[in-house]
Design a protein around this ligand. Structure first.
Ligand code: UD1
Ligand code: CA
Length: 455
């Protein structure tokens, strides 16, 4: 069956006090709106429509990378949730199948929950609403259920005392056949306490024309919505706690879980050890038995099996750290392939580079990859030995098994097995130091005498 997502994101987000649309604020390195879309992970959505009120280009740009098929539509006037969904109608005119309505500021709805809603549809319900048992029902819409049938949803503002006592609340997530949904919305009016077109009214309308409505429930934690930065921070904390727990359950050791920061897409293999204070920015994959040592920062990179990174390493985008390779303290890599068993152990910058198997990069090595305008490549062969404090001025190639002398500035390719020495030769001046000291002391004595005669 075809599935379309309609993500409502036209809210002003005034309480964020931000020039960025609310749904572009991030949790675990991804905008809230993409978390909302990921609620349908594994469900194969034919259409993803995001309804925004302003900043549509910004939202479109942010979604382009992860969700190239997502389509952004504008709700110029904010007339209520039914009106917001209606803005997706044209974009779905050719579509047949079910539509699920989600909120862009509600990032934690799980795919399994949406699956339960789709199952309820398959079992014959025309309209499925996601509800939850609220600890503090407050301003939430209340679900009025009788004999397993959802009769209507009443907004708190419009509710009677008896209705306010109901704790089964509306999450806002709706699932229905797309054509049915738009038919029902067309009948929604705005005679209510807010003067808005309530999406929730479709339930009562559906019942009045003989359609069936049911409520499916999820845990309240899934329905957490974000309206302010403190709430954003709370959501981040919840996400991190869950991700740490999952990483450990799946076989990684986190020595100090609370100090490790994950992104939405971090992948850790089995028997990976993560020491304290490690940051996984987006796009990191760590294979089995790798060791990520304290205070390292990794982004958009792959760490292969058994490799060691850190302490204090910075692994930047496009780095591929090979099997059993070692990246040590104060080493930065960027767009660098470090092959199996290679070592970059101390104080180096390796960028736009290929390092062959088992090569050894000495302390303080720098690939000089940028000339102020262009980036250039450095290739280091298998088993090569780069002497301490070498500058490799790219583009440059160091052959297999070759060696560069410590302190060299390598500007010309080094053939396989050759030694390159590119530094001023050392000179020896026999007995020079005592003569120098004697001369300096005489100078000092003369100056001291002059000072005394002046004073
Ligand atoms: C809505 C539900 C309520 C439910 C609650 C859950 C309605 C009438 N009420 O109430 O039953 O318990 O959510 O949080 O649906 N939006 C637009 N355009 C609009 C209006 C809203 O895009 O014109 C978006 C908002 O950005 C937000 C979502 O829809 O993401 C919900 O809107 P909001 O105004 O927060 O609805 P509530 O009054 O909280
Ligand atoms: Ca709300």
């Amino acid at each position: 069956m075809n599935l379309a997502l309609i993500v409502l994101a036209a809210g002003q987000g005034t309480r964020m006090k931000s020039s960025l649309p609310k749904v572009l604020h991030k949790v675990a390195g991804a905008p809230l709106v993409s978390h909302a879309i990921r609620s349908a992970d594994g469900l194969e959505t034919a259409k993803q429509i995001v309804v925004v009120g302003h900043g549509s280009e910004q939202v479109e740009t942010a979604l382009a990378a992860g969700f190239p098929d997502a389509q952004v539509v504008l709700q110029t006037e904010r007339l209520g949730t039914a009106h917001a969904v209606d803005q997706a109608k044209d974009a779905l005119s050719e579509f047949t199948g079910d539509a699920i309505v989600l909120y862009g500021d509600t990032p934690f709805i799980k795919p399994d929950t949406l699956r339960k809603m789709l199952d309820a549809r398959k079992s014959g319900a025309d309209v499925v609403i996601l509800g939850f048992d609220a600890a503090a029902p407050g301003k939430y819409g209340r679900l009025i259920v009788k004999n397993d049938r959802l009769l209507r949803i009443v907004e708190a503002k419009d509710a009677s005392k008896a209705e306010l006592a109901v704790t089964l609340c509306n999450s806002g997530v709706v699932c229905a056949d797309s054509a049915t949904l738009f038919d029902l919305i067309a009948q929604v009016g705005n005679e209510n306490a807010s003067g808005e077109y309530y999406l929730t009214d479709i339930v009562e309308i559906a019942n009045s024309v003989g359609k069936s409505c049911v409520a499916v429930t999820c845990d309240e934690s899934e329905t957490l919505g974000i309206n302010s930065r403190p709430e954003l921070a709370k959501a981040e904390a919840i996400f991190q706690a869950e991700k740490r727990e999952t990483a450990m359950i799946e076989g990684a050791t986190l020595q100090a879980p609370d100090t490790v920061y994950f992104s939405f897409d971090t992948r850790l293999g089995k028997d990976v050890i993560v020491e304290p204070n490690v940051v996984f920015a987006a796009g990191v994959s760590v294979e089995d038995n790798a060791n990520i040592r304290a205070f390292s920062h990794l982004e958009d990179c792959t760490i292969r099996a058994g490799a060691t990174v850190g302490p204090y390493a910075r692994i930047r985008p496009g780095s591929d750290i090979g099997e059993g390779a070692r990246i040590g303290n104060f080493v930065e890599t960027k767009k660098a392939i470090i092959s199996k068993g290679a070592k970059v152990n101390h104080l180096s910058y390796v960028g736009d580079a290929f390092v062959g198997e088992a090569a050894n990069i000495g302390a303080g090595t720098v690939t000089c990859n940028y000339d102020g305008v262009l980036k250039h490549q450095t290739n280091i062969g298998a088993g090569a030995f780069i002497g301490t404090n070498s500058s490799l001025v790219a583009p440059v190639n160091v052959g297999d098994g070759a060696m560069t002398a410590a302190g060299s500035v390598i500007t010309v390719d080094v053939p396989d097995d050759a030694l390159a020495v590119a530094r001023a030769p050392q000179k020896i001046h026999e007995g020079f130091v005592p003569r120098l000291i004697k001369k300096l002391k005489a100078t000092k004595a003369k100056r001291d005498a002059e000072k005394r005669s002046e004073g």
